[in-house]
Design a binder for this molecule. Structure first.
Ligand SMILES: [Zn+2]
Length: 394
């Protein structure tokens, strides 16, 4: 082998080794880059996962805080407010408490005489659309026959209050004993719906509780107020109404116009409406009524959502004096509690004849449209015997 050939072979060998070395370096670089990318991706993924878990934990803790009693979060949490108003044993006229509060432009929508399978769901759909919470004064015997609807009212965050067990004036107002027995029976049924979660014990007298010489039940109603107080129950009338239980039957526009005509000026407002089976116009009018109240600047609340502390007015100190506080529940207000003629809307809020007229209408409707006697009264106190007559619905 010549020297030239040997030299050429060595040169080729060097080049081969050089290429191999470069190839290994490239492979090493690619490997390192890949590892780096994998590490970066892994870190990013784990950080994101960590954030989500943290967020979920936060959500759970918020729900737990808002709704400590609800162990199984299968339904929308129902918040039971801690009452921040005078105890019912001291002052149980909730309308007066609402009016006394200096919280302004607060509206409390109330629906009496349900739950019903045809009207109540329409009312609930509208309230949900506007994200508004309201108060439903339900009749015990109707909770029996429409238990699932009562449950829906509760699950959608509304307050269920007490509107007697049978809504038959003669039976209910026969004595203070018959009255409180029906109220207690109705509370038992409400507790069956809510699992006893509602702390507010609130009653609305069928026909209202205003003093009136035209109302033969008025004297016993005044006695019943004392019995409610002894039991720690509030009662609540209204200071505005859409007129769906009064006089001539109105269409949706008529109900809105009626409400506009009797809205109290400068007061928080508790509005009486009905979700009884015959009140289709009330369901039809509700969106218009809500739009109207929104345009007037009202906010909407359940009747257990009253911050009574807000009713304490701070009087600015004059030179050198200490600030003093006074509540707005001074004695000048008590006159309007006991004297309905002092209300801004005496004709509509205190006229029991309208209620009676409607009771007669609804009596017919009840007899034809819907059996309102208890149908599902197992494990709860049965409704009073109806003697074959339909319950009078206001
Ligand atoms: Zn009623």
């Amino acid at each position: 082998m010549s020297n030239a050939t040997e030299f050429e072979m060595r040169r080729r060998e060097r080049r081969r080794r050089e290429r191999l070395r470069k190839k290994r370096i490239r492979a090493a670089i690619i490997f390192i880059v890949l590892i780096a990318i994998i590490i970066v991706v892994a870190v990013a993924v784990s950080m994101k996962k960590g954030n989500n878990e943290q967020q979920n934990t936060n959500n759970v803790s918020v729900e737990a805080t808002e709704n400590p009693e609800n162990v199984v979060p299968t339904v929308e949490p129902v918040q039971t407010n801690t009452l921040n108003i005078p105890p019912a044993t001291e002052e149980n006229d909730l309308l007066q408490i609402v009016k006394d509060s200096v919280q302004e432009k607060r509206c409390y929508l109330t629906f009496d005489d349900g739950p019903t399978e045809n009207i109540t769901p329409q009312i609930l759909d509208t309230l949900r659309k506007y994200n508004i919470k309201a108060t439903f004064f339900e009749v015990g015997s109707l909770i029996d026959s429409n238990f699932d609807m009562a449950r829906r009212v509760y699950e959608e965050g509304h307050l269920i209050a007490n509107h007697s067990d049978g809504h038959n004036y003669e039976k209910l107002y026969a004595s203070t004993d018959t009255f409180i027995n029906e109220v207690n029976a109705c509370f038992q049924k409400i507790d069956a719906v809510t699992g006893g979660a509602q702390t507010m014990r609130l009653v609305r007298f069928p026909g209202g509780s205003y003093k009136s010489s035209a109302d033969s039940f008025s004297p016993v109603k005044q006695e019943c107020k004392k019995v409610l107080k002894e039991n720690g129950y509030y009662y609540c009338d209204w200071n505005a109404l859409n007129g769906d239980a009064e006089g001539k039957k109105k269409d949706a526009q008529g109900l809105l116009d009626y409400l506009k005509s009797n809205m109290p000026e400068g007061q928080n407002v508790v509005i009486l409406m009905h979700d009884a089976a015959a009140k289709q116009a009330t369901a039809d009018a509700l969106p218009m009524i809500i739009e109207y109240l929104i345009s007037e600047g009202y906010t909407f609340h359940r009747l257990d959502d009253i911050n009574y502390q807000a009713a304490v007015t701070t009087i600015a100190p004059e030179s050198g004096e200490t600030a003093t506080t006074t509540t707005s529940t001074d004695t000048t207000n008590t006159a309007s509690t006991t004297n309905p003629t002092n209300t801004t809307n005496p004709t509509s809020t205190t006229n029991p004849t309208a209620d009676t007229a409607n009771a007669q209408n609804s009596n017919t409707q009840s007899a034809t449209d819907k059996p309102v006697q208890a149908q599902n009264a197992q494990n709860i106190t049965p409704a009073p015997a109806q003697s074959g007559t339909a319950i009078i619905i206001q």
